[in-house]
Design a protein around this ligand. Structure first.
Ligand code: UD1
Length: 431
């Protein structure tokens, strides 16, 4: 294992954090990765020139742009947070392995391409390194709407002259399956009703984007969505402001919490974070909310709590590495239960290298807080775990070097610059 640590992840760039400096400053939060990637995919429903604003400058957006370009969409980024996607109607509904294997959200082109083109060929999607991520619900839902599937040589092919409405009930409120099926249903023939849908703010952002385009969707924000299919000429390109990133917001709150600092986070949507803010308050964080701003004051020492991840409005699994990091330096013992991805504890061994007392068993972690972590080289295993390592570095004595920075770059728009501007001793090194 140490060879991998030494060679692969530390050969390129690394983030170096010096713990001990309390944060003090203002952080502006960019748009949500998990929204913008789906908005980009949904532009495939019709031709015209779409404008997206509040687009984060992250690697996954660049990869999704390449994927759209490969399909036949012209993508322009006139400024860091603005994007145009222009489609002249000449699409090749094929999503190649080289791009799809790099981001999970590439599965989101399945619904729009199938409903628009009647055929799609898609490499089976990749994603984060935290366990199997099947797509059976996407496939079953589209089959209920009349699609047929073939799987061979790592590709899936889907066919449908025109999808038709259907009654679909999810066993579990999958974010990706909800998004794919809603988008596909927009151009289906007749009414589609989907029960037990995901209600994450990013799903709602997509639904509102689709409605602005001319889609007919009822029940947005509730567990049941009803979509009445429209004809393609009834849809049109629109301009849309991407919802702020609640996971990045929580990352800056966690950074202030463990560093003993006090910051203002601007451009956020506190109303999308009610549950997690309650839990942070229970841990002793002082949080004041005013419109799109959060003012955060860290206590002398955080208090431990128990946390279980759940679909929205529960605590998102993406917050969990941050919460475990906060618990690692809190007073007391906290039990964290993962209900979405049982394998999502790989980063715990990295936290242990920093002196955290964390034990995992199945989908539980028991975290016994220690007063301070101690800096060491660690590795980012995925986007959120990587950001949590940077946060852990702020709570550590001495220097923490985080390798595998490309994982963090997938979902964080200038994490280092934003933290440094708020007073953290953090830099990026290497080439
Ligand atoms: C999205 C987010 C991810 C977040 C997750 C849960 C993006 C790009 N990613 O992922 O950051 O952690 O929501 O909030 O938006 N499942 C099945 N079959 C399916 C689909 C899902 O078994 O067909 C299972 C998954 O394996 C997982 C659970 O359902 O255990 C949740 O998956 P889902 O909600 O679909 O997450 P994603 O859309 O992949």
């Amino acid at each position: 294992m140490s060879n991998v640590r030494d060679s692969a992840d530390f050969a390129g760039e690394a983030i170096v954090v010096r713990g001990g400096a309390p944060l003090d400053g203002v952080v502006d939060v960019p748009g949500a990765k998990n929204s913008v990637l789906k908005l980009m995919a949904a532009t495939l429903l019709t031709d015209g020139r779409f404008e997206l604003t509040n687009v984060p400058d992250i690697a996954d957006v660049a990869i999704m742009s390449e994927l759209l370009e490969a399909i036949g969409v012209r993508v322009e980024r006139p400024t860091g947070d603005r994007m145009f996607a222009t489609d002249n109607g000449d699409l090749t509904p094929v999503a190649p392995y080289e791009l799809v294997e790099r981001i999970r959200a590439s599965i989101n082109v399945l619904g729009p391409l199938l409903t628009r083109c009647g055929h799609v060929r898609l490499s089976m999607p990749g994603g984060d390194d935290f366990g199997a991520r099947p797509i059976d619900m996407h496939v079953a839902g589209l089959e209920a709407m009349g699609a047929t599937f073939k799987f061979s040589h790592g590709y899936l092919e889907a066919f449908a002259d025109r999808l038709h409405g259907a009654e679909i009930a999810f066993d579990f409120p999958s974010v990706g399956a909800t998004e794919n099926l809603v988008t596909a249903a927009v151009l289906a023939d007749g009414r589609t009703r989907i029960d037990n849908v995901a209600r994450e703010p990013e799903v709602i952002d997509l639904c509102e984007f689709l409605v602005a385009m001319g889609a007919r969707i009822d029940g947005i924000g509730s567990p049941t969505l009803t979509i009445d299919g429209v004809e393609r000429h009834e849809l049109h390109a629109v301009s849309h402001h991407t919802v702020p990133d609640r996971i990045q917001t929580a990352t800056y709150l966690a950074a202030a919490a463990v560093s003993g600092g006090s910051i203002v986070v601007r451009g956020a949507r506190p109303d999308h974070m009610v549950t997690v803010l309650d839990r942070f308050r229970e841990m002793g964080l002082g949080i004041e909310v005013a419109d799109d701003e959060l003012r955060v004051d860290a206590p002398e020492r955080l208090r431990s709590i128990d946390v279980a991840t759940l679909p929205y409005p529960g605590i998102a699994t993406d917050y969990k590495p941050l919460i475990i990091t906060m618990l690692a330096v809190a007073d007391g013992v906290g039990i964290v239960t993962e209900n979405l991805y049982p394998g999502r504890f790989r980063y715990v061994e990295e936290l242990q290298r920093l002196g955290a007392d964390v034990r995992t068993s199945g989908h539980h972690a028991v975290v016994r807080g220690v007063p301070r972590l101690s800096g060491a080289p660690v590795r980012a295993h995925d986007i959120r775990a990587g950001a949590a390592m940077v946060v852990a570095g702020l709570a550590a004595e001495g220097e923490t070097t985080i390798g595998g920075v490309h994982h963090i770059d997938r979902g964080y728009d200038d994490l280092v610059g934003r933290l440094a501007a708020a007073g953290a001793a953090v830099t990026r090194v290497g080439s």
